[in-house]
Design a protein around this ligand. Sequence first.
Ligand code: SF4
Length: 331
Amino acid sequence: MVERVYLAKPRGFCAGVVMAIQTVERAAEENPGDLVVYHQIVHNETVVRRLERERGVRFVEDLGEIETTEERPGTIVFSAHGVAPEVRRQAARLGLAQIDATCPLVTKVHSEARRYAAMGYTILLIGDSADHQEVKGTLGEAPEHTILVAVHTQVGKDPRLADPRTVEVPDPEKVLVLTQTTLSVDDTDATIAILKKRFPKLVTPARSDLCYATKNRQDAVRRLAPKVDLFLVLSSRHSSNGMRLFELAGKLTRAVRIDTPEDLEEAWFERVRNVGITSAASTPEDLVTGTLAWIRERWPEVEVIEEGEWEQIRFRKPRPKRPEEVLAELG
Ligand code: SF4
C-alpha cells in the first residue's frame, strides 16, 4: 500500500524548454498552418503531438522536406538543442525566415567551440551519442577541430565516440573539453578527470557546460532516492536529461521510466510504501499531476511531500530573422 509520495523539486520544464515552447506557440499564431520546426522542439512526445494537433505545427528532420514558394517562403524554428551553422545557412538559402529557439546555455557552448577552434585548439566534445541533436549542432561549429568523446561509463555504445582513455589529439598543449549540457554530473566529472590526467594542459570551461536544470534535477533525485522504494521518472526515451535521471534513480533505488500516466502498472506497487516522482526538463507538469491522480485513486489516504526550491530562471524569446540577415551573420 502506498503511504507517501515524494515529488522531486525541481522537476519538469526548465527555462530553455519554456522559452522554446512559447516561441513555437507564438510563431504558430503568427504563421497559422504554415510553421515548420526543425527537429522535435524539445524531446518529449506529448509536447510535440500537442503542438501538431492544437497549433498545426509541422516537424521535420530534413530541410529537403520543406516546400517553399516565392509568395510563401515560410518560417522555420530551430529547436532548443541548437543546430549547426550549415543548417541555418541552408534554411536561409531556401528563403525561410528563422527563429532560433536554441537554449542560451547551448549557444554558450557553441561560442566556445568557435572561439577555441579559431585559436587552433582541438575540441574534445563529450556527448552521449553522435546522433543527438545538441551534439550534431555543437560539432557543426568546428567539425575539423572536434573529436567526439564518450562518457567513460558509455564507451563502445556509440562507436563514433572516442574512448577518453585512449583518444589522441594532434597537439596535447592545445586541447579544450566541452560537453553536452544534459549528461550525468558524476560521469562527466570523472570523464574530464581522465582527460585531464592524459592532457595536463586541457582547458576546461570556467563554468561547467552541464546546465543548471540538469544538475538541479539530478540533485533532487539524489536527495529523495534513499526515502523511496520506487522512483517513477516521467521522460521520453529521447530526452538525454530524463534518461540520465532514470539511470541515476535506478542506481540508488528501484526506478521505472514512463512516458505518461497511461503506462503505469499496478504490479509495480506491490509492497511499495514510498514512491518518488520526478520528470525530465521537457516533461509537462500535467503528466506528473496525472500520475499523482492515478496513485490517489488507488490509495486515497496517500500523503504527498514536496521539498526543495523551484528555479527562478527565465530566458528571453528570440526574434525572427530574415534569410539575408542570417547569411550576413554567418559570413
Ligand atoms: S535542459 Fe538545460 S540546456 Fe537543455 S534547454 Fe533546459 S536549461 Fe537549456
